[in-house]
Design a protein around this ligand. Structure first.
Ligand code: AKB
Length: 323
C-alpha cells in the first residue's frame, strides 16, 4: 500500500476498526484515513484524530458520496453483524452483511477504489467441516446466517477479482481478543469478557462449556495479518478473500487456568446458552499453511503471552478509570 492512498474504514468504531484506524493513521497520515461508522457516539480519539463520516453501508447514495468526496482508493470493510446477533435477527444480518458487502464491491468497481479488505471468519465453516486442522480448501456449509453471509462474501469477493480485476483480499478471522473496544454479538466474545470480569470481579460465568475449544487471535496479530495480507504482492497470491489464519486454540478451562496464574482467586462457572450450538459447529484448530506460504503469515502471540498482556492492559485501565 503506498503513502498516497486515500483509505476508508467502515465499522471504524467496532472492535477491530477502533484499533485498525489509528494504526493506519500512524502509517499513512491522519488526513489520509477516513473513519466511518453507522454509530453516532464515536470515541473522541477516533473522531478528532482525522476525518470521520457517518455512514450506513446500506445507503448506496451516501457510500457513493463519501467515496467520491474523499477520492477513496482503498477500503477496509469492517462493518458486519456477527454470529450471535445474526441468529437473533437473521434478516438484518443478511441485509448488512450481504447487501453492505455488495454495495462496497459495486462502488469500488465504479470508482477510483483499487484495493479492498473484506474479512471472512471461521464461521464460514460448519458442522460437516473437519474440525481439527481445518484445511484451506474444505466443506463450507455453515448453519448460521452469519456464516452463510461470510461464505457468500468470500465467493463474491473472489468473483470481483476474476471478473472486474478488483484487488479484493480477506482472511477468515478466528475469535479476536482485545482490550480497547468490546466485541459485540459474537460467539467468541467469552474469550474477551472473561478478562474484563476477571479484573473487575475475579469471577466469570461462561456461556459455553469448559471443553469448548475455538481458534482465537490476539489483536496485535489480527492487525498484523490484515496489513501483511494487504501489503503482499498480488502476483504471489493464489487465494484472495478466503485465507485461513491461525493464532492459538484453547479450551475455556485452559484459558481460565492461565488467568488463575495471574489472579489466583479467579473462579469460573458455566451456563451454556444458544451460543454453544454455534461454537460446536466451528473448527477447533486451523491449518493456515496457504497464508504462510503465499504472504508469509506468522502469529506472534500464544495463550500465555496474550493472557499476560491482556491482564496488564486491563489492570492499568481499571486502576486509571475503571472498565
Ligand atoms: C463471532 O464469534 O461471531 C466472530 C467470528 C468468529 O467471526 N468473533
Amino acid at each position: 500500500m503506498n503513502k498516497k492512498e486515500k483509505i476508508l474504514v467502515t465499522g471504524a468504531a467496532g472492535q477491530i476498526g477502533s484499533e485498525l484506524t489509528p494504526l493506519l493513521r500512524e502509517r499513512y497520515g491522519n488526513i489520509q484515513v477516513i473513519a466511518s461508522d453507522i454509530k453516532t457516539d464515536i470515541p473522541s480519539d477516533l473522531k478528532d484524530s482525522g476525518p470521520f463520516e457517518h455512514l450506513d453501508v446500506l445507503s448506496n447514495e451516501r457510500l457513493f458520496e463519501v467515496v467520491k468526496k474523499h477520492r477513496i482508493t482503498l477500503i477496509f470493510h469492517m462493518s458486519a453483524i456477527l454470529s450471535a446477533s445474526g441468529e437473533q435477527n437473521p434478516q438484518h444480518a443478511w441485509k448488512v452483511n450481504i447487501e453492505g458487502t455488495r454495495n462496497i464491491l459495486e462502488i469500488s468497481k465504479d470508482s477510483e477504489v483499487k484495493k479492498l479488505f473484506i474479512p471472512s471468519s471461521i464461521a464460514a465453516f460448519g458442522p460437516s467441516t473437519p474440525r481439527e486442522d481445518t484445511p484451506q480448501e474444505t466443506i463450507l456449509r455453515p448453519n448460521t446466517v452469519y456464516g452463510i453471509t461470510k461464505v457468500a462474501g468470500e465467493l463474491l469477493s473472489n468473483y470481483y477479482v476474476a471478473r472486474y480485476k478488483l484487488d479484493v483480499r480477506g482472511c477468515r478471522y478466528p475469535g479476536i481478543i482485545s482490550h480497547k473496544t468490546l466485541p459485540g454479538g459474537g460467539t467468541t466474545d467469552y474469550a474477551v469478557a472473561i478478562f474484563y470480569e476477571a479484573v473487575r470481579k475475579k469471577t466469570y460465568t461462561c456461556f459455553v462449556n469448559k471443553e469448548t475449544m475455538l481458534p482465537m487471535m490476539y489483536m496485535p496479530d489480527c492487525l498484523k495479518a490484515t496489513l501483511d495480507l494487504m501489503d503482499a504482492n498480488f502476483k504471489k497470491l493464489q487465494h484472495h478473500a478466503d485465507f485461513n489464519v491461525a493464532g492459538m486454540s484453547f479450551k475455556v478451562h485452559e484459558l481460565a487456568r492461565e488467568i488463575k496464574k495471574h489472579i489466583p482467586d479467579f473462579t469460573i462457572s458455566y451456563e451454556p446458552d444458544y451460543r454453544q450450538k454455534i461454537a460446536d459447529t466451528w473448527p477447533r484448530t486451523i491449518d493456515d499453511s496457504a497464508a504462510r506460504q503465499e504472504w508469509g503469515w506468522e502469529p506472534e502471540y500464544d495463550l500465555s503471552s496474550m493472557t499476560e498482556d491482556m491482564l496488564k492492559e486491563l489492570r492499568r485501565r481499571h486502576q486509571e478509570s475503571g472498565l
